[in-house]
Design a protein around this ligand. Structure first.
Ligand SMILES: [Zn+2]
Length: 268
């Protein structure tokens, strides 16, 4: 499932189309990715408009077109953006194709948990302005994280790290990486976290986000072997710090991986 850096990577895939007009917008009508917007209206409005720029915030993307048109996109579990030739023939999972003179901009999503939406207006749409402050912004402070944990004292920290209203862009692998780096047992209840652990989680959330953007976000390159990331997927993985066999279990309904040596449960 695309997380912060994968979303940023996808956003940039449409960069070749910036400054160019949409000659035709071809939505695949009746598809679930259009559940919040009228696909025919979207197509009509985007035709003749120029792609001016784009931005990502957490797992959301926003593409700005001339004439006050905004195309919001999220990737769900299997969505992706790419560029194809101008005369490219769309496949069954290519739910939106924007034709330009030199290329086609494609949004594909086999499982359709992703979403496309059109907004119009001089300003960025209200839903975008109400998104949580990015984890690399000043508003994402250690105090804000501590206050959020305090309100969810009875929930395991792994589950709370996935909440987009406070940790936008953090998904399953990032949450595991953050806790491993912060040496926090994933099942620790938020109310039982020490001040030092909360600070470590805050600091590692920013570090993992920044570093993932510089690797995955830039060219989809995997983070180095010193991360938990390359060891967490297959069975039998070992902690890159100490060689301990990694533990795996569901926490808060999500597959979770941690090192029993680096992240032991707190002693009662
Ligand atoms: Zn370890």
């Amino acid at each position: 499932m695309p997380e912060l850096a994968e979303v940023e990577y996808n956003r940039k895939q449409w960069d070749p189309g910036r400054g160019q007009t949409v000659l035709a917008a071809e939505p695949r009508h009746g598809k679930r990715v259009f559940r919040e917007t009228d696909a025919a209206l979207l197509a009509r409005e985007l035709e003749g408009k120029t792609l001016l720029g784009s931005e990502a915030s957490g797992k959301q993307m926003l593409f700005r077109f001339s004439g006050g048109c905004w195309l919001g996109a999220s990737l769900g579990m299997t969505g992706g953006l790419r560029v194809e030739a101008a005369d490219f023939k769309a496949g069954p999972h290519d739910h939106l194709v924007l034709r330009q003179r030199r290329q086609s901009l494609v949004f594909a999503d086999p499982r359709q948990f992703g979403r496309l939406r059109l907004d119009q207006g001089a300003e960025r749409p209200a839903w975008w302005r109400s998104l949580a402050p990015p984890v690399l912004s000043r508003e994402f402070s250690a105090a804000a994280v501590a206050a959020y944990f305090a309100r969810r004292a009875g929930a395991p920290v792994k589950a709370v790290l996935l909440m987009q209203e406070r940790f936008p862009g953090v998904g399953n692998w990032m949450a595991d990486e953050i806790l491993w780096r912060g040496r926090v047992f994933p099942k620790t209840l938020c109310g039982a976290l020490t001040t030092a652990e909360t600070r470590a989680i805050w600091r590692q959330t920013r570090w993992v986000s920044r570093t993932a953007l510089a690797t995955i976000g830039r060219d989809y390159r995997d983070p180095p072997a010193s991360w938990l990331f390359p060891h967490r997927w297959a069975g039998g993985g070992k902690c890159p710090r100490d060689g301990a066999v990694l533990s795996r279990e569901e926490v808060g309904g999500r597959a979770t991986c941690w090192c029993p040596e680096c992240q032991p449960p707190a002693k009662a």
